[in-house]
Design a protein around this ligand. Structure first.
Ligand code: CMC
Length: 400
């Protein structure tokens, strides 16, 4: 007889006091493990990597130091940092097969889709791809952190019919990326802004893309599969792709005098989501947004023109939103609100913004994979069944 399940048949989901299923939609507020990698104090606008505040790291460190800190758990000594930076520099070149692939990817493919394919192919070419040892993962991570900027820069050069510019081992990670991308040395201000962005995006707890990488790694699948999954999750508009859509939204508004009308029509009336606003964990201003905002302002003043026009729109939009119901609901700017403005000032086209997030977040993904599989348990949640059971199977010829 067809029937619905009784609560006790899914007792693991039932609250013994209320008799109702406990459902954490979106896995909200579920802790899957313990960590020492980072902490978000979402009520007080605080973010710490390995105990150090994001403000201090933004001000005093470099991307290479932050990557080392996240991966190895402590700030490097001078010798450790020199070695680590050296390994990154040595590994920047990408195999010819990947360069050929980049030439063969249709130019209308989005940079994030290209990156997903290229990283997967890079994994195919890596003889150590199945090595899940801690050292094996470190070696692969260093190769990947080093190569991802080259992949992104080469794809841009190919897509825009320009010669590719090979990595320069004399340059830092941030300088070298901008050098390969634009084919000329970046200014000090631009290199610092790129370095800052790499630090701010490097890690952020158990967000959707990190969770994806950890889920994949928890099955003891390979490192590249986990990272490819992370890239796929990051590409979603509710996650990393919000930095692309936030910029498109500023462009759609067009000029600062149209902000209030646009906000009323789109956010208040049509209930569209304001891109670059809101966060699952922050119920206060995202500290990274504050840092990005300050640098974006500095760059907008320096660069002027369209960057200044977009800055004015973004700043006004923030002001309007903070006086609206969104602020009452604790929906504030997140990291993706101003990061695109920084990239725009660095001369990077909007469709590449999410890839810049990825080539930084690969550090956080790796740190969490390493930490989780150290004491691994396959990630396998439940889902509460509300359908029927014991239905009679009807042969196809008798189905109406
Ligand atoms: N604009 C308008 N309303 C919003 C927004 C927003 N940006 N964010 C949340 N809300 C509303 C939402 O409509 C809902 O309202 P109601 O309760 O009346 O139905 C309420 O707030 C709760 O929303 P939720 O979707 O349950 O919240 P969540 O914690 O699941 O989602 C979020 C978090 C980031 C997906 C969401 O805030 C959002 O869609 N933001 C816009 C996209 C964005 O900027 N993403 C980048 C996130 S930070 C960096 C990163 O991870 O890449």
């Amino acid at each position: 007889m067809v029937r619905k399940l009784k609560p006790e048949e899914q007792h693991w989901c039932i609250d013994p006091e209320t008799g109702e299923p406990i459902i954490n939609k979106g896995v909200a507020n579920v802790c899957i493990d313990k960590t020492t990698i980072s902490f978000i104090d979402g009520y007080h606008s605080k973010l710490y990597y390995r105990g150090y505040s994001i403000e201090d790291l933004a001000k005093y460190s470099t991307f290479e130091e932050v990557a080392y800190l996240l991966l190895y758990g402590h700030l490097p000594t001078k010798k450790e940092l020199d070695d680590f930076s050296g390994w990154l520099k040595e590994n920047r070149e990408i195999p010819d097969e990947v360069v050929d692939l980049l030439f063969n990817i249709p130019p209308d493919i989005e940079p994030m889709e290209m990156l997903r394919t290229a990283v997967s192919y890079l994994g195919n070419l890596d003889p150590g791809r199945h090595d899940l040892s801690r050292d094996g993962i470190f070696r692969k991570a260093i190769r990947l952190i080093a190569k991802m900027p080259t992949i992104v820069a080469y794809f841009y050069r190919i897509k825009t019919n320009q010669d590719i510019v090979e990595p320069d081992p004399r340059l830092t990670h941030a300088e070298n990326f901008l050098y390969m991308f634009h084919g000329k040395m970046p200014s000090k201000l631009h290199a610092e802004a790129m370095d800052l962005s790499l630090k701010l995006y490097a890690e952020h707890g158990m967000n959707a893309s990190t969770f994806t990488t950890v889920v994949i790694a928890s099955t003891l699948s390979d490192y590249y599969s986990a990272i490819v999954g992370g890239i796929g999750a990051l590409r979603g508009p509710l996650h990393g792709y919000a930095n692309v859509l936030a910029m498109k939204q500023f462009e759609e508004i067009g000029s600062v005098d149209k902000v209030e009308k646009w906000f009323k029509e789109n956010i208040e009336t049509r209930k569209k989501r304001l891109m670059g606003f809101g966060h699952r964990v922050y119920k206060s201003y995202d500290p990274r947004a504050r840092i990005y905002g300050e640098v974006a302002k500095k760059l907008a003043d320096e660069v002027g023109g369209d960057v200044k026009r977009i800055w004015d729109i973004a700043f006004k939009l923030e002001e309007v939103a903070l006086k609206s119901k969104l602020a009452e609901k604790k929906i504030f700017p997140n990291t993706d609100f101003y990061s695109g403005l920084v990239y725009m000032a660095l001369g990077i086209p909007v469709d590449f913004y999410c890839t810049l997030f990825a080539l930084s977040r690969v550090v956080g993904w790796t740190a969490h994979i390493l930490e989780y599989i150290e004491n691994n348990r396959i990630i396998r949640p439940r889902i509460f069944y509300v359908g029927e059971v014991d239905k009679e199977y009807i042969p196809i010829e008798k189905r109406g």
